[in-house]
Design a protein around this ligand. Structure first.
Ligand code: NAD
Length: 462
């Protein structure tokens, strides 16, 4: 691991960085589409030229297998950045609202304006994806960006700090490194948008600091994503997908399946399927096979160990904590028996809104019932994790799992102000609009009102 302390940005430099970004944004440099495209292409190359270094850095910080980093992190970054590169003209182009006979003379348009200087604060678990994807959206939207990587992934943060200035324009995109003290200092400054990804407690701190400047915020927060199991599901596939989803990055994934709600009389069958899935996914000791990431630090290992030590449930398998290796063997997947689907729905609705809701069933009515009676950031049927990267789907939480969207065009919109404009020719006063002027004359005003007022349908009879 790198010594990030050596990279920490001195506190007194932070306002200067912010001021520099503000000035550079005001110069208009980030606005031309050609500039945005060049920077996005350079960002693609930053990742592509350094794939191995990113894999090594993630191995150093999280013990993550290189294949997993390729598949679930770096591919995702390249897809998102390239998508922004391919679509920036379309996303940024001025739009016309649908034709309206009354308003067309005013030539109404929606301009897509960059918000200004935006702040991205990212967590340790997918430290490249969760920083560079929003960066791509913010660049595409024409903003200047201050990036704050997680201090827990020191090697990744050091690598990004080295590479960013080599590829991107340092006047408008800059990294500030540090921990709580530095981030607190950053949050004293007025930004035009803040995207924070991480835990809900810090999310509240960020939103409170932002409120002082009326800064709009997007929060991507914790998961608590349940799996609802219908006994009429493909149990083998369900168990395999859930177990895989729980073990990826050692469970340090916001969209990990967090717990399973299963009907009581199906519990034993399902737990047995989970055990078999585990053995299939890890035929040899994952401590030695290098197929399982490590938990990011000792504090988090102890937190997980406490969960296991204090559980009122039965530990079915696993429960091997290797503290010296900073490791917990088999991240935790609580299986909660419930009476039926209604009890599962009640269980979910009594708690915070999940980031993702997973449903495993072959039955259309079962699926509909769960979706129609719950609310979550996103939902996947018979799938875990993968669906959240599906092309064209906005990703974001709701309630305690956050607010706002961070992928594709939805992410571009997050960092964009929709500025409505009209342009009324002087001759328009000779039509209906002259009626607005005082002294009012009732006949033209009646005509104007008649044109503007919507007709309301009558209430249906009981
Ligand atoms: P973390 O400890 O790396 O912290 C995240 C960021 O917050 C860091 O940059 C850190 O410097 C900053 N920070 C920490 N304490 C702070 C404080 N007191 N004031 C200001 N800034 C502070 O990561 P974490 O928060 O443990 O992240 C893991 C959490 O993030 C999990 O709950 C996970 O579910 C969630 N997450 C959500 C998403 C999503 O898209 N919804 C994605 C990834 C992770």
């Amino acid at each position: 691991m790198s010594d990030l302390n050596a990279l920490y940005t001195p506190l007194e430099k932070i306002p200067q960085v912010h001021e520099g970004l503000k000035k550079a944004f005001r110069s208009g440099k980030t606005r031309p589409i050609a500039f945005r495209k060049t920077q996005l292409l350079k960002l693609c190359h930053l990742v592509q030229d350094n794939l191995q270094r990113f894999k090594d850095a993630l191995l150093a910080d999280l013990g993550r297998p290189a294949n997993e980093t390729d598949f679930l992190e770096l591919n995702g970054v390249l897809i998102e950045v390239k998508k922004a590169y391919d679509n920036v003209e379309k996303w940024a182009s001025t739009e016309k609202p649908p034709f309206s006979l009354f308003w067309f003379s005013m030539s109404p348009h929606i301009r897509k304006e960059p918000k200004g200087v935006v702040l991205l604060i990212s967590p340790f678990n997918y430290p490249v994806y969760l920083l560079l994807c929003p960066l791509a959206a913010a660049i595409a939207a024409g903003n200047a960006v201050l990036l704050k990587p997680s201090e827990l992934c020191t090697t990744v943060a050091a690598l990004l700090t080295e590479l960013l200035p080599k590829y991107l324009d340092t006047e408008v995109y800059e990294i500030v490194n540090g921990g709580v003290e530095e981030t607190t200092k950053i949050l004293e400054l007025p930004f035009n948008h803040i995207l924070y990804t991480g835990n809900g407690n810090v999310g509240r701190i960020v939103a409170t600091a932002a409120a002082k400047h009326l800064t709009p915020v997007t929060l991507e927060l914790g998961g608590k994503s349940p799996c609802v199991i219908d006994p009429d599901c493909d149990v083998k596939v369900a168990a395999k997908r859930i177990m895989w989803g729980r073990l990826v990055n050692s469970g340090q994934l916001c969209i990990s399946p967090d717990y399973v709600l299963v009907p009581k009389d199906f519990q034993d069958t399902f737990v047995e399927a989970l055990k078999q899935a585990y053995e299939e996914l890890h035929p040899t000791d994952p401590l030695k096979s290098g197929m399982l990431s490590r938990i990011v630090n000792e504090r988090h290992v102890l937190r997980l160990k406490r969960l296991l030590d204090n559980t009122k449930g039965t530990v079915v398998f696993g429960n091997k904590v290797e503290l010296s290796e900073r490791e917990i063997f088999g991240p935790i997947l609580p299986v909660v028996p419930v009476k039926d689907v209604d009890a599962a729905i009640e269980f979910i609705n009594e708690r915070d809104n999940p980031l993702v809701l997973y449903v495993f069933t072959r039955n259309r009515d079962f699926k509909k019932k769960v979706l129609n009676n719950t609310l979550s950031g996103t939902a996947s049927i018979n799938e875990v994790i993968m669906g959240c990267q599906a092309e064209g789907l906005p990703f974001g939480g709701v309630g305690a799992s956050g607010y706002g969207y961070t992928t594709g065009q939805a992410a571009f919109n997050t960092f964009t102000h929709m500025r409505s404009t009209v342009e009324n020719p002087t001759w328009a006063d000779s039509l209906l609009l002259h009626a607005r002027y005082t002294p009012y004359k009732s006949a033209p005003l009646r005509r104007l009102t008649w044109m503007l007022r919507p007709s309301i349908p009558p209430l249906p009879k009981d």
